[in-house]
Write a protein that binds this ligand. Structure first.
Ligand code: SF4
Ligand code: MG
Length: 321
């Protein structure tokens, strides 16, 4: 089947100005990224903060305007839509944020916040909207009596469930979840992830699930992409990527994740140094300043993306022919 979302060679480059307003350079926040998401599936996007994963998520919804590339939603390039066309597409694509206060106005009652997208898109009358909000409250584990409450009356995990209810109001097919559990305790994280999975099972929604930690996406993701300094350095099916990570950066991220089967051998890769400034990315392979496998060619030549299996892509000279 055709993918629901097909992102192709997406770029978002920000000009950076000096204090005198002269252009000093550019940050390639997203650099030539491609991936697909099929209906009812989850693509996990992983990398350290500042690697461009949030910018990528926002570019797909055009909350930031990409510099170039394409993002086909059911065959239509979202990046080519006029502002007016984009408005109706937005109904199909929603976002869940790390901080639920981004979507829940602290001064408004919960019921109003959940209904708000319906009001904005002129869906139904007041009674219909209230009914939808009530049923969404039940779906995320609350009852109708919570309709009149305010966000501060809920815990962080509860507010995230309410943020999910709001994201569901328009019946989207794709939800971009931008680190939805990063601010929550580990015990609460799994509740929110379970809720997202239940909703996916029931409604066939697709997720782009952004996280800085591979262990968070382990169970929910069907496919995983790993980003470093704006580049998608590896992607593939979740199981295969966990069983046999290819890129040294992926290996290092996995070294931090506990192994369920302690007898399974896994190479431990520990990184030295810090992420370089995105304003001055290293020449050649962007990862070469931290890579334990670095070779002379890595410092000069940008590695090409290669398929080492039909569905496993990696950008690293270790896989050159
Ligand atoms: Fe490491 Fe070289 Fe591969 Fe980059 S291309 S990840 S520096 S081995
Ligand atoms: Mg799933």
């Amino acid at each position: 089947s055709k993918p629901l979302l097909q992102v192709s060679n997406l770029n978002k480059h920000f000009p950076v100005r000096s204090s005198f307003g002269r252009t000093k350079g550019q940050v390639k926040a997203v650099n030539g990224v491609s991936f697909d998401i099929h209906q009812g599936q989850t693509f996990g996007l992983v990398g350290e903060s500042g690697c461009g994963k949030s910018t990528l998520g926002r570019s797909i919804l055009r909350l930031v305007e990409p510099t170039s590339g394409a993002a086909f939603y059911e065959g239509t390039d979202i990046l080519g839509l006029s502002k007016k066309e984009l408005r109706s597409y937005r109904q199909h694509m929603q976002m869940v944020f790390q901080d639920p206060y981004t979507s829940l106005d602290p001064r408004k009652r919960i019921g109003y916040s959940i209904e708000e997208p319906l009001l904005i898109h002129k869906k139904g009358n007041k009674r219909d909207r209230t009914e939808t909000a009530m049923s969404l409250l039940r779906k995320v584990g609350f009852s109708e009596e919570h309709y009149e409450r305010f966000p501060h009356e809920f815990s962080g995990g509860q507010r995230q469930r309410l943020g999910i209810a709001k994201a569901l109001a328009l019946g989207p097919k794709l939800i971009i979840c931008d680190e939805p559990v990063s601010a929550l305790d580990v015990s609460i994280q799994s509740q929110v992830i379970n809720l997202l999975e239940e909703v996916q099972e029931e409604l066939g929604i697709s997720y782009l699930f952004i996280a800085h930690d591979l262990s968070v996406v382990r169970h929910i993701a069907d496919g995983i992409g790993v980003m470093y300094l704006g580049e998608m350095v590896e992607q593939g099916p979740a199981e295969a990527l966990f069983a046999e990570p290819l890129h040294p950066y992926t290996k290092s991220l996995l070294s931090a994740v506990p192994i369920p089967n302690p007898r399974a051998k896994r190479e431990r890769v520990v990184l030295s140094g810090e992420i370089p400034s995105p304003l001055h990315p290293p020449a050649g392979c962007v990862f070469h300043t931290r890579c334990p496998y670095v070779m002379e060619t890595c410092r000069q030549v940008v590695p090409q993306k290669r398929f080492v299996a039909p569905d496993r892509e990696v950008q690293c000279h270790l896989y050159d022919e």
